[in-house]
Design a protein around this ligand. Structure first.
Ligand SMILES: C[S@@+](CC[C@H](N)C(=O)[O-])C[C@H]1O[C@@H](n2cnc3c(N)ncnc32)[C@H](O)[C@@H]1O
Ligand SMILES: Nc1nc2[nH]cc(C(=O)O)c2c(=O)[nH]1
Ligand code: SF4
Ligand SMILES: [Mg+2]
Length: 262
């Protein structure tokens, strides 16, 4: 299903009202290899919902956050599309997929059908759902859309404040790590990001009733393009080795650069 370049129906979460029942705003749905994290390389079907409660300046899924577009698909339509792909792993991503109550229904239906589910989330929203891997990417200060960093054509104004206010919620993160198998996947540019990661891990380890292993912590280089990744990845790999955390590549960027549906 190609990237949607329009909005075919208003989403409740975007208008501040109730979500329209039975369905989700879908930006794209495609088959690829999981490009990030502990399951990198696994053939997977990606379902990308539209709409996000944050606005990272570097967001590689601009059409789900800064300029959200979608086609509204019913759950049965989404399941049928997934069924046509030859993969038993499904990655629910966005935007922020846990904004939508209907994501829980989709995850339940996928679980009933025997799929392995990964949810890519910024970790600011908790929902109770059958999630096999919660792939949490807490957003660091370096993601905030300051005037210097915000996309040139974007209406950044109030988003700088909202992003900074909402990007970290330790209690929600603790609940997620207590409930699900998790990976904590930090987007890193350079060593300046490390003190904040270490401090957040300290806070989270204090707050959570389960251990968080260094093995559950992944450093991922910032970069939506091959050119940008070439600048960041060696530095980030060195930081991972220095701190005893994992490094994750962005295989899809290496393979297909920033092409849609990859
Ligand atoms: C588009 S987000 C959607 C899921 C959720 N909103 C989140 O941020 O985790 C999917 C993944 O891409 C990562 N990401 C987005 N833009 C990136 C960039 N420019 N460089 C590296 N990772 C990026 C996010 O941190 C997240 O792990
Ligand atoms: N191949 C591929 N792997 C991914 N892993 C997480 C992604 C995401 O955007 O959430 C993603 C993506 O967009 N493409
Ligand atoms: S939280 Fe995820 S989808 Fe939202 S702006 Fe940041 S990277 Fe993009
Ligand atoms: Mg992506």
């Amino acid at each position: 299903m190609p990237v949607s370049d329009s909005v075919d129906r208003e989403s409740g979460t975007e208008t501040g009202g109730e979500e329209t029942p039975d369905g989700l705003p879908i930006n794209e749905l495609f088959h690829s290899l999981q490009g990030e994290g502990t399951l990198a390389g696994v053939p997977s079907t990606f379902v990308r919902t539209s709409g996000c409660n944050l606005r990272c300046w570097f967001c590689d899924s601009y059409h789900t956050s800064w300029e959200p577009t979608h086609a509204w698909l019913g759950l049965e339509e989404i399941l049928a599309e997934i069924g046509t792909r030859d993969a038993d792993h499904v990655v629910l991503t966005g935007g922020e997929p846990l904004l939508h109550q209907e994501s829980v229904d989709l995850l339940e239906a996928l679980d009933e059908r025997g799929y392995h589910t990964t949810v890519e989330t910024n970790g600011t929203i908790y929902r109770d759902a059958p999630i096999d891997l919660a792939s949490i990417s807490p957003k660091l200060e370096s993601s905030t859309p300051t005037p210097e960093r915000a996309p040139a054509d974007a209406d950044a104004g109030e988003w700088e404040t909202r992003h900074e206010r909402d990007r970290i919620d330790v209690d929600t993160l603790a609940r997620l790590v207590e409930t699900y198998d998790v990976q904590l996947k930090f987007v890193v540019t350079d060593g300046d990001d490390m003190p904040e990661i270490l401090e957040l891990l300290d806070d989270l380890r204090d707050a959570a009733a389960v251990p968080i292993r260094d093995d559950d912590v992944l450093l991922m280089p910032e970069g939506a393009t091959r050119e940008r990744l070439a600048e960041t990845r060696t530095r980030v790999a060195d930081l991972a080795m220095e701190h005893g955390f994992r490094y994750t590549p962005r295989l899809h960027v290496d393979l297909w650069n920033d092409a849609p549906e990859t």
